[in-house]
Design a protein around this ligand. Structure first.
Ligand code: NFS
Length: 659
């Protein structure tokens, strides 16, 4: 490179941070990071063009005859060395994403079940059964006798039954009993009722090995079976057991955004996915000895804050403040105010290690599954949970005492209502004495609510952070679509004030009326990504309440993950599709349009009685597609005219009555 060229490179305009995110606190911190010479995933994404062949899933590296690359423009012009076509290659890659995502959720669920077993057997005393009513409800839902029995005996039976979700070799997983009969019939007809997660995931890995399953339709079947074993299996067990052990969420007011950090406090962030470590941390920060130690170090107290999905669970259950979603986890360290960050599993960027080092934040890994090179590991042991979390607090106090970095905390924070479990939605709409989903169905049938949309999933530096989530939800509620949310998407919307009953004014007239009557926001937050299982149960309850068809595929509902990035999102998307829901993804989709496999996922599955996939990068287009689908379902149910009836004013009604 000669001198002139070098200058050209230097003079290259820096990307505008406002093109990367709409989150004001993240913008403020990215500007500071730039001044401080610190790099984040936003910079890395800008400096690394995504591989176009990989993005199209047109390469196969499952054996050493390759890696084979096909031509994305002419996908049928070539095959791999073994003869694998684009459809086989893309289906295999997709299946392995499902397997990985489903593994993450089911392994998490299995950890929760391990804790539950040890609590029930009396080997762990730090946790207990907090919600015995939920325990009985869950047990009853899968046919366990509860009348007149001791809680402990029911719990033992429940453990044994739920273990089958993972280890069963033959038969149907226990929560298949919660699936509406018509939906289950479709699953049986196509041979996709999950057996046990271990078996399904093993079979996907086998079938996607070189030279095994080479028909995209047959591979898709195993994707469906495995993904359903996540949604109605591993994830559902994670949610239900966490509720039983730590309490079922009910609405709670909580603050979201970086403004919940406090300069005069010892700030501790827990970021990850499993609630057990976070629950123990909650006990640690309330320990009088540790509070005293913090005060002795000159702090006003200890401030515990969450991030990502375990943060979303603690927000829902206990109103613990939440600092931000996946794309803000590095930015929050730039405040210099975080004394310690403890992480467990999933969505933990390796880049955190470098940023933490720059700002002297003590970063700790805690789970035996997830170490990071150069980061101190304090193992979290369920039988002695406080050992790990107390040690993190002590380290945080030491860091507070020796703080010598500039601290800058963005002022933004938004107070909202979180914690809408499907049990609470039931109660909220129906009232104490007649808790049911019937009022929701009635409002859908009479057209006040047009339909329900689940808007979930990650944030991703390949699109403008938070923007796609917010624009999509705005458009949906404006069109009277009630929105339910989980994960990072819920946090995106919470930052912009959508989680207050006052946000009802952003909704269309019908939804607004329902929100004002019930006193609920037009957007309901259900928790973490495994809590998407709450949305499945809500769908099953809507079918049961009657009037909206016989299967989930009949409901006027749709799903979206507008800024997805993880393999877990693909598993979630596919279990919604498998359950009968039209599911639209943003950012990019790892299958070439126009191929047979694409057509299978985007059209043919619906004809077989499942849901189907959709894709749109633009939030307004995405909203249009979801609303069109909801209207299509309304029409099929014969309730498409009901919407107009709502608009008939009193004078017109008198005319009709007089006639
Ligand atoms: Ni879900 Fe949670 Fe967030 Fe995406 Fe990651 S935290 S499990 S994967 S990024 S929503």
């Amino acid at each position: 490179m000669d001198k002139e060229e070098k200058n050209v490179v230097k003079a290259k305009k820096e990307p505008d941070i406002r093109d990367w995110t709409i989150c004001d606190s993240t913008i403020q911190m990215l500007e500071k990071a730039r001044r401080d010479g610190v790099e984040t995933a936003f910079d890395r994404a800008a400096n690394m063009k995504a591989c176009p062949i990989g993005a199209d899933s047109a390469c196969c590296k499952h054996c050493s005859m390759g890696p084979c690359r096909l031509n994305s423009k002419e996908p049928y012009a070539k095959t791999g060395v073994c003869g694998a076509t684009i459809d086989t290659i893309a289906a295999r890659n997709f299946a392995r994403m499902v397997a990985s995502g489903a593994s993450a959720h089911t392994d998490h669920g299995m950890s929760m079940l391990d804790v539950f077993r040890e609590v029930v057997n009396g080997n762990i005393e730090e946790y207990s059964i907090k919600d015995p009513i939920k325990l009985e409800e869950v047990a009853k839902s899968i046919g366990i006798e509860t009348e007149g029995r001791e809680i402990k005996d029911i719990a033992i039976d429940l453990y044994e039954e739920l273990e089958r979700t993972y280890t069963q070799v033959e038969g149907e997983i226990p929560f298949a009993q919660r699936v509406p009969p018509k939906t289950l019939e479709t699953w049986r007809k196509h041979g996709v009722v999950p057996r046990g997660a271990m078996r399904e995931i093993m079979e996907i890995m086998h079938r996607t090995h070189i030279g095994v399953d080479q028909h995209y339709e047959n591979i898709t079947k195993q994707c469906t079976r495995t993904a359903l074993g996540d949604g109605w299996g591993g994830s559902m067990v994670a949610t239900e057991i966490s509720d039983i052990l730590f309490g079922t969420p009910t609405p709670v007011r909580a603050e979201v955004d970086m403004g919940c950090l406090k300069e005069d406090h010892v700030n501790i962030i827990i970021h990850g996915h499993e609630p057990n470590m976070f629950e123990s941390m909650l006990a640690s920060v309330n320990d009088p000895d540790l509070i005293k130690a913090a005060q002795d170090a000159g702090a006003a107290g200890i401030n515990l804050v969450g991030m990502c999905c375990s943060g979303a669970e603690m927000l829902s259950r206990h109103g613990i403040p939440h600092a931000g979603n996946f794309m803000s986890t590095e930015a929050v360290l730039v405040t210099g105010a975080v004394d310690a960050m403890g992480v467990d599993v999933q969505c933990i960027k390796q880049g955190l290690a470098r940023v933490a080092e720059c700002y002297q934040t003590k970063l700790f890994t805690t789970n035996p599954r997830a170490h990071i090179e150069g980061v101190e590991h304090i193992e979290f042991v369920e039988h002695e949970p406080r050992e790990c979390t107390d040690a993190i607090v002590q380290n945080a106090i030491v860091r507070f005492k020796n703080r010598n970095v500039a601290i800058e905390i963005p002022k933004m924070k938004s107070l909202g209502i979180h914690g809408f479990s499907h049990e609470y939605i039931n109660y909220m709409l129906g009232g104490t004495f007649r808790a049911s989903y019937t009022p929701l169905n009635d409002n859908i049938i009479n057209g006040r609510i047009r339909g329900v949309a689940g808007v979930v999933g990650c944030t991703n530096p390949r699109v403008k952070h938070d923007y796609v989530h917010v624009e999509l939800v705005k458009e949906l509620i404006r069109n009277d679509v009630l929105v339910v949310q989980t994960g990072c998407s819920q946090i995106s919307l919470a930052k912009y004030g959508f989680y207050t009953p006052e946000a009802a004014h952003l909704a269309g007239p019908g939804l607004k009326e329902v929100c004002e009557t019930v006193g609920m926001p037009p957007v309901l937050g259900c928790g973490s990504c495994v809590d998407n299982s709450r949305i499945l149960i809500a769908c099953a309850e809507m079918v049961k309440a009657g009037g909206l068809g016989e299967s989930i595929a009949d409901l006027p509902v749709a799903g979206a993950a507008p800024e997805w990035m993880s393999e877990k999102a693909i598993s979630i998307g596919h279990y919604f599709v498998g359950s009968g829901v039209y599911t639209v993804f943003g950012v990019t989709f790892p299958i070439i349009e126009g191929t047979k496999f694409h057509k299978h996922l985007f059209e043919e599955l619906e004809q077989q009685g499942f849901g189907k996939w959709g894709f749109a990068a633009d939030p307004h287009e995405m909203a249009r597609m979801m609303i069109a689908h909801i209207d299509k379902k309304r029409k099929a149910l014969g309730i498409d005219n009901a919407r107009e009836r709502v608009l008939v004013d009193m004078a017109a009604r008198r005319d009709i009555e007089a006639a």
